[in-house]
Design a protein around this ligand. Structure first.
Ligand SMILES: Cc1cc2nc3c(=O)[nH]c(=O)nc-3n(C[C@H](O)[C@H](O)[C@H](O)COP(=O)(O)O)c2cc1C
Length: 187
């Protein structure tokens, strides 16, 4: 059976390595048989979560409706100052809208984690993301992909020149699809 996998990530920038990495993993999930949808944070243009504002923005409704229906997600954040970007954390904060669902938050969803970093500390953001996965009741798949030295790992057209890293991202896409199928049997 086809599983629905949602991609979430990218930076508020015109050429985002975290979006490019996410797209590789998502294409692989698609090839494995998943139904996919990618939410690029630059396009989604989410406002900051503001609990004083009672109206839920359309962009948030769109994201949360897709996440509520999904079987798994792949997250991809840039490494900013040693951790996830503010824009990425803000998107995760908006998932609070899923708190009262039948399957609250990310219950029984498989989550794949990617970070792209200028240096080699991408795992720090991945560890931070894993805390959030657990807080939202999801399951992070054991495989994670920190993409290091992005200034040389991608060419100007956004192609990942490191073939080993590309294979890891593709493997992550397949793995999230596979584990999503297994977790769906728990429902
Ligand atoms: C505000 C800011 C903070 C950054 N902090 C770090 C950092 O702490 N460590 C690091 O290795 N790279 C850091 N970088 C570099 C980014 O991780 C790198 O350029 C990455 O490819 C950005 O992903 P993006 O293209 O999706 O924005 C930073 C970049 C910016 C803009």
């Amino acid at each position: 059976m086809s599983r629905k996998i949602i991609g979430l990530g990218g930076a508020l920038s015109d050429s985002s390595t975290s979006l490019w990495a996410l797209e590789i993993a998502m294409a692989s999930a698609y090839d494995a048989g998943a139904e996919i949808e990618v939410f690029d944070l630059a396009r989604l243009d989410l406002p900051m979560l503001d609990l004083r504002v009672k109206e839920v923005p359309d962009s948030v409704k769109q994201l949360c409706a897709a996440v509520a229906e999904c079987d798994g997600m792949i997250w991809s954040s840039p490494l900013y100052h040693g951790t996830i970007s503010g824009a990425f954390k803000n998107a995760l904060d908006w998932l609070q809208e899923l708190s009262t669902d039948d399957r609250p938050y990310l219950t029984d969803r498989a989550i794949g984690l990617i970070c792209t970093a200028g240096g080699v500390q991408g795992l720090q953001a991945i560890n931070t993301m894993e805390f959030v996965v657990r807080a939202l009741r999801g399951f992070a798949v054991p495989m994670v992909v920190p993409v290091s030295n992005t200034w040389q790992a991608f060419d100007a057209e956004g192609n990942l020149t490191d073939s080993k890293c590309k294979e890891q991202l593709e493997q992550l896409g397949r793995e999230v699809h596979r584990v999503s199928g297994a977790l769906a049997t728990l429902a």
